[in-house]
Design a protein around this ligand. Structure first.
Ligand code: FEO
Length: 173
């Protein structure tokens, strides 16, 4: 059985993961409308991954005989100023999420909740990857500057990203 404090924090995290999914879907729509189809694909995959994060926390609460409480999802931005701005905002957002995961882990330590600590380990590693992915694209965009062919090539690269289900969900299948 989950303790109430941990359960509330995981329910809040479910909302944050839904918000992330919403944010990336909005970014995907924006990129698509600007003609950056590869970036739109990258953000759509990002959106799908966030829904996986929701599902991992959702399943975990139920597995521990807890109560899932879904809350309204706040509005997300709809406008950005450039591809660089899109990915800088992505990195900033992932840094915030890393802080949320770290706070959850601290809470599970304080509450001696070993199972939650174990579940969160996947997310701690995932956040390292999330920040690295956004940083890599920012670095490339900075090298490219306003070179149109460079942007075109990067956009093509980003069109190859494919969604794969998160490992904790695959293990449950
Ligand atoms: Fe659910 Fe992008 O972290």
């Amino acid at each position: 059985m989950l303790n109430k404090k941990v359960q509330d924090a995981i329910n809040a995290q479910i909302n944050a993961e839904f918000w992330s999914a919403y944010l990336y879907l909005s970014m995907s729509a924006y990129a698509n409308a600007q003609g950056y189809k590869g970036m739109a694909n990258w953000f759509e995959v990002q959106y799908q991954e966030e829904l996986d994060h929701v599902k991992i926390f959702f399943d975990y609460i139920l597995q521990r005989n807890g109560k899932v409480e879904l809350q309204p999802i706040k509005k997300v931005p709809t406008e950005w100023t450039s591809p660089l701005n899109l990915f800088e905002e992505t990195l900033k957002h992932e840094q915030v999420v890393t802080g949320l995961i770290n706070n959850l882990y601290s809470l599970s330590l304080a509450e001696n909740d070993f199972a939650t600590q174990s579940m969160l380990k996947w997310f701690i590693d995932e956040q390292v990857e999330e920040e690295e992915n956004a940083q890599d694209i920012i670095d490339k965009l900075k090298i490219i500057g306003d070179n149109g062919y460079g942007i075109y090539t990067l956009d093509k690269d980003l069109s190859t990203r494919v969604y794969t289900q998160a490992a904790p969900l695959t293990a449950n299948n």
